[in-house]
Every structure is written in structure tokens, then in C-alpha cells.
Design a protein around this ligand. Sequence first.
Ligand code: P1T
Length: 380
Amino acid sequence: MKFNTKTIHGGQYNVDPAYGSVMPPIYQTSTYSQTTPGGHKGFEYSRSGNPTRAALEKSLASLENGNYGLAFGSGLAAIDAVIKLLQPGDEVICTNDLYGGSYRLFKKIFEKFGIKFHFIGMQDASKIENFINDNTKLIWVETPSNPMMNIIDIKACSSIAKKHKILLAVDNTFASPYLQQPLDMGADIVMHSATKYLGGHSDVVMGALIVNNNELAEKLYFIQKASGAICGPQDCFLVLRGIKTLHIRMQRHCENGKAIAIFLASHPKIDKVYWPGLPSHPNHEIAKQQMKDFGGMISFTTKGNRMEDAIKVVENLKIFTLAESLGGVESLAGHPATMTHASIPKEEREKTGVVDSLIRLSVGIEDVEDLMDDLKQALG
Ligand code: P1T
């Protein structure tokens, strides 16, 4: 089955054996009757399994060419489950540019339990080897990274991870499975904030993990069940509905993203534009190899690097909504230094380029001329 068919049918056979409904029913139930202890029809309690969630988890696995999908109450809950595979004393090497909430989870929650995190630039993947020791158990990669749009070579990371028998996890939130499929490039775990492109309509908070290794799937399923950070059936239904249009939404996000990145790159008030489709992007060649297109996420800085200029621009926008999050049909603008990445200390975030004048756009699927006019007036 090709990707565009999988968004609609992937894993979705016989979802309603009772009446044959085309969409999986929302099984709004916490528990399931048993004829005798253990005599159930595959589901016993909705923390350990729910048919609507199972339908979504199959769809997620299909989109990422994995065997197993697991849905969680948020993207961070999904990341939390991955780190719970580790033991005190274990070490993780992660991209130094990543979602502020992931950084906060690693530093403020898991370091307390004796797990060590090394945040490094991975655009040159060979640098990873300098940080590997006997305790290294996981490489955590965000590509494209949030918000600097760095592209990390997944195949290169995978060969290092395999050589040292370390797990490789890729946060694929910014790309979506439409643009890249990390399991095919050798990753062990793919993670999504399904809140973003998978849901696609800014109406759900959800996370996902996809793997294709039995043993790893069992360990993660155990954590999902034992820690309990699951999502409800209504949210699963909404994400399943969102996924059905993922491919056509992504096509428009990419088209609009390209037009806006080109427009911004020639605007006199703008200093730098970060979008992996621009030939001037330092990782453009890797992006071309591992992504189908370049997406609708763009960051840029205003000339002079003044926070007040950036704030004024985001306040002036009328069609772009000033809000956290991304990946919905509507265009959003954010100021990472004070919003999504405020939990990263200023000196840390500035090292990776998250300066005070940085603005991040999630380009939606509106008419691109309206979006450009909006940016023109806001910058004017
Ligand atoms: O918000 P949640 O569903 O828990 O997902 C966390 C997360 C994980 N990974 C990446 C790359 C993300 O961008 C996010 C969430 N990001 C935002 C809310 C944001 O505006 O960047």
C-alpha cells in the first residue's frame, strides 16, 4: 500500500466487527465484561487497551512502516516512556537544539533519577562518537529540530548506534511520516507529538511511539500500561480523522512553506531564515536525501537582534495566530525565547541560535498570498 492510501486505510481493516462502521467507533468505556476471570474479547481495562486506541496505534505503525504503534496522553508522555527504558547511571546523547519541554523533562525530571544527558550538535554525526562510553544507552535525535530547523543525518546516526549497540530514537514531529520515515533509515524508535501534523487541527494533545522490534515493543507497552500515560478514545478518534488528510495537508504545508521561506529570505528587515529547503541551509543536502519535501516550519531573525522588534512583528500578525504549538491547518507564529523554549537557560539556548529576535512560523494551509500579505504588513 502506498503512503497516501495508508493514511486512509493503513491498519484499518475490520475496525467494527459489530456493524461494519467505516470509522472505528469511539469505545468510551473504562472496562469490559468478562464471562469468567480472564474470559474477555481482547480488552480488559482501557489503560491496558481500548479498541479505538488500538485502531489508531495500527494506523500509526502503518504510516511509519513499523510493526507496533503506541499512543500516549501527550508527546512528552511518549518521550517519558522511552526514557523509562533506562536505568540510573545510563547516559543519553541528544541533539542540543530540541523542544524546550523535552529538554526540561530530561534535565529537571530524569537527571534527578541518575540519568545523564549530553546535549550536542549532531549536524556532523561523527561527533556523537566522542560522547559514547559504556553507559551510553540511547541517542535522541530531533530532525528537523525545534526551532532551528537543523537536519540530522538519520542513517549516519543509525550506523553509529548499531556499531555501539545503542538505541536510536528520532522525534519525527516536525517532519511527520509523510516527509520522512526514520525506521526505514535504521532508527529503533520513532516518536511524535501527535498534537501537531498527525492530528493536524489543533484540537488534541497526544503522543506516539512506533517501533518494529518485538522485544522493544513489549517493553514500551509494559511502560505504557504500568505508568498509565494513555490517551482517551475521543482523542484517538480525532487523530485518526486527522491522519486521513495528512498527505494532502502536508503537500500544502510544503508549498506554502517554500513560498514564505523564499519571500522572507529576500525581505530587507530579515537577517537569517532557517528552512531546510533553501539551498543556503547548511544541511540542505541531507534534507534532500532523507526528506520527501521540506515542510511548513520556518524560523527567522530580524535584523539587529532586538527582542522588542520580534515581539512587535508577532503582535502585528493578523492571520498568523500568536500561539505555542504547530502543525495545524491554521498558521501560527511563536517567539521561542519567551514561549516554547523559555525553560532553556538563555546562555544554553543562545549557543544553538535561539536568540531574542528569533520568530518561528508554523505555516498553515491558508491561501499563501494572504499569509504573505500578513507577514508584509507585520514586518512593515
Ligand atoms: O506538546 P506535546 O504533545 O507533549 O509534545 C511535546 C513535543 C515533543 N517534540 C517536539 C519536537 C515538539 O515540538 C513538542 C511540542 N512542541 C510545542 C508545543 C511547540 O510549540 O514547539
